[in-house]
Design a protein around this ligand. Structure first.
Ligand code: ARG
Length: 564
């Protein structure tokens, strides 16, 4: 039970049903200063209802309050200040972490149901962008978090491997491409072709027509078009897979847009049967005005070609049938929120109740020097290079701090790449942020390396003390220095649930930073290894910190080296 639950329970007993547990919880505050205890309850709301002076109410409640679990409860003006029983809370918290270990904080909220995560989903023949990085790491963290609360995640890479741009790319390849060059550096070469063909198509309208014709051939199963398409796809996947390996992210399915090519007729037939298709200037659309959506969903173009949303409709139906998901989450940039509104609305209009289980998980842009990055002009950062550079920066710092560390390369990779992931997850996901690698890989500040370094420090203390926790012992601490840590340790299970409810991995990144900071303060103030009767309890605290920091990191998809 969290400290707030404990307080709310006591208050609800004292209030004899005048306020519900939930109302009480919503009124509880964190006192500004530690002298005012751990949790405060203001009585103004009650005072209005009961038409009595707040301080008087505070006193009355205090008299009826059960005192178990509290060191003391003070009335200060209109407030009741609760001081928790540090000994009891620390004992229960340490016991839970030391016995449950990596299962501390596990719940079964999800009841084993499937959650489909549409994540990463880069586009074939185009570079893996920073946006795709965000989708990958947010999706992966959410999969871990959903697992922790008892769901079964299904991670789907909805590859952008279909669409008009492939027609254009074929035109470009036939005009200017070279097989050898592409095999040497597929994405770089394909991107060059893509940028050139887009530029020339602006001048020469016939190129666009040619592109459309090639894409039509592809949709109709023309052999040459299919062959080229397959080759572009394979070469691109080779590069993407290298990135996934660096990020240590795996998928349950790579069914991309092309996979739905033969599943589109059914969707169009269904839409037709329900009578919701309309013709508009030769195209086929679904009107969504009744959903407050101005733009109709464009299902089929005048030449019969299907669109992004048509494939997403087919994908949603296929996923419902295949995985019977309880939720379907789409980790995709904020700029596509219009698309997902349309998608949900069309499914709803088709009469699928499960449309409400689809949820777009949007996120902000990564900018550089305050500017947006765009592929179409060829302005991109190659992610593989970014990660390699991050690892290199981490290695430089390790060489300064701990040159004799065994397995330096592996640790540098965990730290460097972990730093990029952490930076991506530490802010509320809707925030845009600037990407400055040097800052990201710092060992100080609110960074991934700082959290990892703090945990490595706690591991080194444990090694020095040769400490192994005794699962039968009752470790407890009563001092104010350790209390700040105990409270954070105790909040971890709640943090996991909050992260899952808001689809917000940053809750855990922030928890990790707070815990690391609290531990470093403790480390500076307390002589942990001094011999006295509290030593074992202090070491149990260090052990618990190491355990929980590792869980925070691992839920975010980041490794935790024991030494660095
Ligand atoms: N390939 C798309 C892009 O790069 C993202 C796909 C997102 N997933 C989806 N089901 N639409 O913009």
């Amino acid at each position: 039970m969290s400290e707030r639950d404990l307080v709310a329970q006591a208050l609800s007993t004292a209030l004899e049903g005048q306020l519900s547990q939930e109302e009480i919880l919503s009124l509880l505050e964190n006192p500004k200063s530690k002298d005012h205890g751990d949790v405060a309850f203001p009585t103004f709301t009650l005072a209005r209802v009961l038409r009595k002076a707040p301080p008087m109410i505070a006193k009355e409640i205090e008299e009826k309050l059960p005192k178990e679990g509290f060191e003391k409860v003070e009335v200060v003006g209109a407030y009741l200040n609760f001081f928790l029983d540090k000994k009891a809370v620390s004992e229960a918290t340490l016991k839970a972490i030391l016995t449950q270990k990596e299962h501390y904080g596990d719940t079964n909220i999800g009841l084993g149901q499937n959650v489909v995560l549409d994540m990463s989903s880069p586009n074939i023949a185009k570079p893996f962008s920073m946006g795709h990085l965000r989708s990958t790491v947010i999706g992966n963290a959410l999969a871990n978090i959903m697992t922790k609360i008892g769901y079964q995640p299904v991670k789907i890479n909805h590859l952008g491997d279909w669409g008009k741009q492939f027609g254009l790319l074929m035109v470009a390849y036939k005009k200017w491409g070279s097989k050898e060059e592409i095999e040497k550096a597929p994405i770089t070469e394909l991107l060059k072709l893509y940028v050139r063909v887009n530029a020339e198509a602006k001048e020469d309208l016939s190129i666009d027509d040619e592109g459309r014709a090639w894409f039509k051939k592809l949709e109709d199963g023309d052999e040459e078009a299919l062959e080229l398409w397959k080759w572009f796809r394979e070469e691109s996947l080779l590069e993407f897979n290298r990135i996934y390996e660096m990020l240590d992210v795996t998928f349950d399915s790579f069914n991309g847009e092309a996979f739905y090519n033969d599943k589109m007729d059914e969707i169009i037939d269904l839409l037709d049967e329900k009578g919701i298709l309309e013709e508009s200037q030769g195209a086929t659309i679904v009107n969504l005005e009744e959903y407050g959506i101005e733009n109709p969903a464009l299902i089929k173009k005048s030449d019969g070609a299907t669109l992004y949303i048509t494939r997403d409709l087919a994908a949603a139906l296929y996923r419902k049938r295949t995985y019977n998901f309880a939720k379907a989450l789409y980790a995709v940039g904020n700029e596509q929120s219009g698309h997902f509104k349309q998608l949900k609305a069309v499914l709803d209009k088709m009469g699928f109740e499960w449309a409400s289980e689809l949820e777009h998980i949007p996120f902000g842009l990564i900018t550089q020097g305050g500017k947006k990055l765009s592929t179409r002009q060829g302005k991109v950062i190659l992610l593989e290079e970014v990660l390699a550079e991050a690892d290199k920066l981490a290695l430089t710092q390790i060489n300064e701090k701990n040159p004799n560390l065994p397995n330096k390369e592996l640790t540098a990779h965990q730290v460097g790449t972990g730093a990029v992931i952490f930076h991506d997850l530490k802010n509320d996901r809707l925030n845009s942020f600037d990407f400055d690698l040097k800052e990201i890989v710092q060992f100080e500040g609110e960074t991934g390396p700082y959290v990892q370094y703090t945990r490595a420090r706690s591991m080194s203390i444990l090694r020095k003390a040769e400490f192994t926790p005794d699962e039968n012992a009752n470790y407890s601490l009563n001092d104010t220095q350790s209390w700040e840590i105990i409270k954070l340790l105790q909040e971890f299970p709640q943090a996991v649930i909050r992260a899952s409810e808001k689809y917000e991995p940053s809750v855990l990144a922030k928890h990790a930073v707070n815990l690391a900071q609290a531990f470093n303060k403790y480390y500076a103030q307390v002589r942990i290894l001094d011999e006295n009767e509290e030593k074992q309890a202090r070491l149990a605290l260090v052990y618990a910190v190491a355990q929980v920091l590792k869980m925070d990191l691992s839920l975010l998809g980041i490794g935790a080296p024991d030494e660095m």
